[in-house]
Design a protein around this ligand. Structure first.
Ligand code: PDD
Length: 291
């Protein structure tokens, strides 16, 4: 596939894509973004992602400079031209380019960029490598429902995880309340109930989280969108993360302590199977993703 970019209407190879140095996204982190997975050449849950981009942009008073119809058309062309089968689409909207000042000068026009890159297709459930997590105090701001490009605390925490040989973080707020990961939402099976932090300003309302909740409810698992704390997490029989990139990813250990007896546990495994069926229905005309 060809990694391609789209910058305010111009298309080019990703390697040649340029944005102005004074773009407020670059200088001030003044922007919002989305990541959409591509399976079999098709975007998965495109509309919920576009709606969330719109909501994030409105929350920070950035007006997306194109209609959703125009954006959808441009995405279709980008995917077709890139011949991407398995990949992801990154989209970013910033307040635009202007002489650096915290106050955006009048007449600054928002800017939008998108690019498509490949990403490995899912492996069989047996081949999934469960992840290790560390717990880290959640020192992010109080508006984590906005998918802002300000990701410094997430980056710092992810580096801390890597130093500890872990791949993801479980952020916790005062009282030990587990919120989410650096780039994923968090689920735990505690006393037989599947728990995840409720939608609030403290987490991103993950699209994968939403799909996982739908599936778990369809399967009649007891589910509660009730936050849990680190003590409760210690007695979890299963923990997993959800995100566009990593899909449903089982957690093997937290701060070096093993989670449950078998990873993935039975609920997580069932969820992965059904999540894949969703992908196959939505993007692959029902054909198997792998195996
Ligand atoms: N991250 N929480 C945070 C902080 C995230 O950054 C993400 C996604 C999620 C999961 O959201 P979704 O299921 O809609 O992908 C939760 C993207 C993938 C990223 O930054 O790469």
């Amino acid at each position: 596939m060809k990694p391609l970019a789209w910058i305010d209407g111009s298309r080019c190879d990703l390697s040649e894509a340029m944005v102005p140095l004074e773009d407020r996204g670059y200088l001030l982190g003044d922007g919002v973004y989305e990541v959409i997975k591509i399976y079999n050449g098709n975007p998965f849950y495109l509309h919920p992602h576009l709606d969330r981009l719109q909501n994030s942009a409105s929350a920070v008073n950035i007006k997306i400079p194109y209609s959703m119809e125009k954006i959808e058309g441009e995405i279709a062309t980008l995917l077709e031209n890139s011949e991407c089968k398995s990949g992801y689409l990154y989209m970013q909207v910033t307040r635009g380019s202007a002489e650096r000042d915290h106050l955006a000068p009048e007449g600054t026009n928002p800017s939008m960029v998108m690019y498509v890159r490949d990403y490995p297709a899912p492996v069989s459930i047996e081949e999934i490598k469960p992840c290790s997590c560390i717990t880290v105090p959640d020192e992010r701001w109080m508006n984590c429902y906005i998918k802002s490009i300000n990701l410094l605390p997430n980056v710092m925490a992810r580096h801390k995880a890597a130093e500890a040989g872990a791949q993801e973080v479980l952020f916790y707020r005062p009282g030990g309340i587990v919120t989410e990961g650096t780039r994923s939402n968090t689920f735990a099976v505690i006393d037989g109930i599947v728990r995840t932090h409720p939608e609030s300003k403290l987490i991103l309302s993950g699209i994968t989280r939403m799909i996982a909740l739908e599936i778990l409810r369809e399967l009649d698992y007891p589910v509660s969108e009730e936050a849990f704390n680190l003590d409760e997490l210690e007695r979890a029989s299963e923990v997993w993360t959800t995100s566009t990139g990593m899909e449903v990813l089982p957690v093997a250990d937290i701060d070096g302590k093993a989670v449950g007896e078998k990873v993935p546990g039975p609920v997580c495994r069932h969820l992965i199977e059904k999540y894949r069926e969703r992908v196959e229905q939505e993007c692959c005309d029902g054909k198997k993703l792998c195996g």
